[in-house]
Design a protein around this ligand. Structure first.
Ligand code: NDP
Ligand code: OXD
Length: 316
């Protein structure tokens, strides 16, 4: 089949330059760069990141939407998206990056990286007590593709691992909790909270002071720790500052924020107990993701079902 006989792709990206995505998709398909031809009836697929509102509803023959990220809240920000399947990213490379980020941040808090950093600045030679990882329970909010991989890596390092999800899940070695009823018991059994939830109407603002207050504090870490690599609007930035300042939280690693880029005026930038990364926990790499998208499009055109579909009702 020639490029022209295959479904045409609309590439609709805001916030970064899509040149590499364009080059790689163009190797197999005709690609239209938004805003060049948005209402083109020959467009079959849209590959999107934070697409312009009302753009997708103007495509008369759209058959599927592909998200450039694992999160799809950026797609639902447009309330007019047409009723076609939405495919999210599931890729070994992305999962590996997220696992590395979670292990890095958990290990740094566990091994007291912030304390050593502060000591080094003052040239203090002092060795605090070391606790075994088995004394620490890491609770992962969101036991999906990324949460499960992080859980497996943390288990292999000896941590106790709890997982919380919307529906009941079982995972060997992990204590699992589900739904609203499982939330408080999950938090009460957790020393380091790792947030890997999607942003949906049900999860927005969930990482707030009341939730942080429920974390366990009697641990070798000397307090509870928050790590959020899900989405910024899951959390209340001001509640995190309050929790850090009154000792509810000992430390936090934040990759995502209510407003991104994090405003220069945010107290999180200079907070001595916060480690900031710029939404960089797991970057979508087109070299890994475009071949997966293209093979899904090819399979779909052979009559095979699309994989990794978003549940439109739950919005993830
Ligand atoms: P999945 O869809 O595979 O998993 C989502 C998990 O969250 C599931 O376990 C799901 O429960 C759970 N969940 C959803 N809603 C609720 C709820 N209301 N209450 C309790 N649990 C809930 O997503 P991924 O693991 O692939 O990705 C997770 C998120 O990570 C993405 O949505 C994105 O926002 C973020 N992300 C961030 C990146 C970064 O660089 N910072 C990079 C990539 C992703 P159930 O199992 O019952 O369905
Ligand atoms: C994603 C992201 O959702 O990069 O993949 O945040």
């Amino acid at each position: 089949m020639s490029k022209l006989e295959k479904g045409r792709v609309l590439l609709a990206i805001t916030g970064f330059h899509p040149q590499r995505w364009h080059e790689l998709l163009s190797a197999e398909r005709e690609v239209t760069l938004e805003p060049d031809g948005p209402a083109d009836p020959s467009i079959t697929y849209a590959v999107v990141w934070k697409q312009r509102p009302n753009l997708l509803s103007g495509l008369p023959n759209l058959r599927a939407i592909f998200s450039v990220g694992a999160g799809v809240d950026h797609i639902f920000a447009d309330t007019t998206i047409p009723d076609v399947p939405i495919v999210k990213v599931v890729a070994d490379n992305l999962t590996q990056h997220m696992t590395e980020y979670v292990v890095w941040r958990v290990m740094d808090h566990h091994r007291q990286g912030m304390l050593y950093h502060a000591q080094q600045k003052k040239k203090i030679w002092h060795e605090p007590p070391q606790r075994p990882s088995g004394d620490i329970s890491v609770g992962i909010m969101g036991l999906g593709n990324l949460g499960r991989a992080a859980a497996a890596a943390l288990l292999s390092l000896g941590f106790k691992v709890n997982g919380w999800s919307r529906t009941e899940k079982a995972m060997a070695g992990v204590s699992t909790f589900a739904g609203e009823g499982g939330l408080i018991p999950f938090l009460n059994a957790t020393d380091i909270l790792v947030v890997l939830l999607p942003l949906t109407p049900a999860t927005q603002g969930m990482v707030n002071y009341g939730v942080l207050k429920e974390l366990r504090k009697r641990n070798g870490l000397g307090g509870a720790v928050l790590i959020n690599a899900g989405r910024g609007r899951l959390q209340k930035d001001a509640d995190i500052v309050r929790a850090l300042d009154d000792g509810t939280l000992k430390e936090a690693s934040l990759d995502v924020f209510e407003v991104e880029p994090l405003p220069k005026t945010s107290p999180l930038w200079n907070h001595p107990k916060v480690f900031v990364t710029p939404h960089a926990a797991a970057t979508s790499d087109p070299a890994h993701l475009v071949p997966i998208m293209l093979s899904q499009m090819n399979a779909f055109e052979r009559g095979e079902p699309l994989q990794n579909l978003v549940n439109r009702k739950e919005r993830y």
